[in-house]
Design a binder for this molecule. Structure first.
Ligand SMILES: *Cc1c(COP(=O)(O)O)cnc(C)c1O
Length: 346
């Protein structure tokens, strides 16, 4: 890995971050807060939230097994996806490399930040080739994006291939593990000490059943986390979100039960879907959804919409011709989908 000083944009390197009232005061127990121009009435939401979300990070450390100093929290993964562009990529100069197909936000954030996006096609099994990714890099490549388990394909990327990229690439490698709770693979976040150029993304939106609260996580070296904290909005995670996240994280047993149910339903759904005359192939999945190739994705999608059932039509995505992406729902929802599809006239 290149020294961080060479990877970070010069303006970010010399940035003097905003220092809030809540940043500047710490230490002594205090009970009169007249430092932040808050309104003293309407408690408790009259106060600015903790800008570094210390209590929440400590809870996450317990649940995820990563110390709080290695953790960034943001307004969904969206924020954790956008920040690395703003930290590492000079607009109009630098570029990023990513597996293709994958989650659409990596490209949208590249476009917004005026950073060239270089997609590298997966193979016919939706697997990545480390050498192809590395070959797409040049001296201005700052980030390689990997999503595992991958959206929309559902499969995990080959672990050896990911580790080869981490070892050989001298820039930042971001591995989005939004779906790792649904996979039996050991999460890469446990390898942070081995790979100083690794950023792992997690989210409360999937297994933790809290998409509405917008809480995303990045796990990385203390130095990278410090950069993310310098660039983020001072109060990027609001108090309602912090409180609700603490509550959900305290009910870990519920979440584990939901994940077990979803995995059980996933097995049942893959089996049932495979038997449908309209199904050509169900691709292997490590996530809470599966990708399936069908006879005519657009017609089947429209047919389902008419019955009030929405799946994701991915037919226009590269390598996903005639593919639908189907999220695992409750047992009843899943039965409704399969029931409707059994009545579809091919
Ligand atoms: C759903 C998803 C996320 C979650 O994004 P949030 O902004 O945290 O809701 C992140 N990455 C991938 C690949 C996803 O599919």
């Amino acid at each position: 890995m290149k020294p961080l000083k060479e990877l970070v944009r010069p303006n970010i390197l010399k940035l003097k971050p905003y220092s809030s009232a809540r940043n500047e005061y710490s230490g002594h127990a205090a009970h009169v807060f007249l430092d932040a121009n808050e309104n003293p009435y309407n408690g408790p939401l009259n106060r600015y939230p903790d800008p570094l979300q210390t209590e929440l990070k400590n809870k996450i450390a317990e649940v995820k097994g990563i110390p709080a100093e290695y953790t960034f929290l943001g307004n969904g993964s969206d924020e954790a996806i956008d920040l690395p562009y703003r930290i590492f990529c000079r607009p109009g100069v630098d570029n990023v490399v990513a597996i293709e197909p994958t989650y659409g936000m990596y490209r949208v954030c590249a476009d917004i930040n005026d950073v060239e996006y270089r997609p590298v096609m997966l193979d016919e099994h939706y697997q990545m080739d480390a050498d192809k990714l590395l070959a797409a890099c040049d001296k201005n490549t700052k980030i390689i994006w990997i999503c595992s388990p991958n959206n929309p394909t559902g499969n995990s990327m080959d672990r050896k291939a990911i580790e080869k990229v981490l070892t050989k690439f001298d820039g930042i490698v971001i591995v989005d593990e939004a779906y790792s709770d649904f996979s039996r693979e050991r999460p890469l976040r446990y390898e942070l000490l081995k790979y100083p150029n690794l950023i792992v993304l997690n989210t409360m939106s999937k297994a933790w059943a809290s998409a509405a609260i917008r809480l995303g996580m990045a796990f990385a070296s203390k130095e990278i986390i410090a950069l993310m904290n310098n660039v983020k909005y001072p109060y990027n995670v609001n108090q309602l979100t912090q409180l609700q996240a603490l509550k959900v994280l305290g009910e870990k047993a519920d979440v584990e039960r939901w994940v077990r149910l979803i995995l059980q339903e996933r097995g049942r759904m893959v089996e049932a879907f495979s038997q449908l005359p309209l199904c050509e192939k169900v691709f292997p999945t490590d996530a809470n959804f599966f990708l399936a190739r069908v006879s005519d994705a657009q017609r089947i999608y429209d047919y389902l919409v008419e019955r009030g059932i929405i799946v994701r039509n991915r037919t226009r995505v590269q390598l996903c011709n005639n593919c639908l992406r189907i999220t695992i729902g409750t047992r009843n929802e899943n039965n409704e989908l399969i029931g409707a599809l059994r009545q579809f006239n091919a």
